[in-house]
Ligand binder design. Structure first.
Ligand code: SF4
Length: 215
């Protein structure tokens, strides 16, 4: 006989079923890229910026700088100008150039797959590393950004508030086939319905299974 599910486990299963039927189970990445390092740089640029804006910038950027070497050798002022509209461009340009140099110097131009190695790259925290692991290496990973943190807490999936603790707690509570997917689903939920200010609980498809806790 299988293990009897606790009330919390039943609630989480119901949430996942509703998320799957509303948003689907395609774990596509919203950032456009062709090469692994392009996803890394796009994710660095996406901090405090929309994916749409990043995609607009990278449509030109990845044609102008079409190799890792061209980023490593880039004139920093010119690179800053090229990515100006994504915001925080001084820091982001510096991180992209230095990450390109480190990838060439220490990994022969290849992307490492381990979280330890990835988080040693300039400008790469657990969130960016997990985006790369999930989409490039198909390593199930849970990316916790502000939307995931807020909606997972409100829904009652986690009691944690610190992003790293949320990540580990979700890994314990969610089936592996939802690790990469949950990020895409909760980001959409957070952007469209469960916004930071005035969540639309009255019209939310999750209202019947949500703990509706305020964060
Ligand atoms: S019911 Fe309200 S709190 Fe719960 S997920 Fe929907 S909008 Fe967010």
């Amino acid at each position: 006989m299988g293990k009897v599910k606790s009330t919390k486990e039943k609630q989480i299963s119901a949430i996942l079923r509703l998320l799957d039927s509303e948003y689907g189970t395609d774990d596509k990445c919203y950032l456009s890229y062709e090469k692994p390092y392009e996803l890394l740089f796009s994710t660095i640029m996406s901090a405090q910026c929309t994916d749409e804006r990043v995609n607009m910038v990278t449509a030109k950027l990845y044609k102008k700088y079409d190799t890792l070497e061209s980023f490593a050798d880039a004139d920093i002022k010119e690179l800053e100008k090229d990515i100006h509209s994504v915001g925080f461009y001084h820091m982001k340009a510096k991180h992209i150039k230095e990450a390109a140099q480190m990838l060439l110097r220490e990994y022969g131009g290849h992307m490492p797959s381990g979280i330890e190695e990835l988080t040693k790259l300039p400008g790469v925290g657990r969130k960016t590393a997990n985006v790369v692991r999930g989409h490039i290496f198909n390593e199930p990973s849970i990316v916790v950004d502000t939307h995931v943190k807020r909606t997972a807490f409100r829904l009652g999936i986690t009691d944690e508030k610190d992003p790293v603790k949320v990540e580990f707690d979700l890994m314990k509570k969610l089936p592996k086939d939802h690790w990469t997917l949950i990020n895409l689903q909760l980001i959409r939920l957070g952007r469209e319905i469960c916004r930071s200010q005035k969540p639309k609980c009255d019209s939310c498809f999750l209202a019947g299974v949500c703990s509706k806790r305020s964060l």
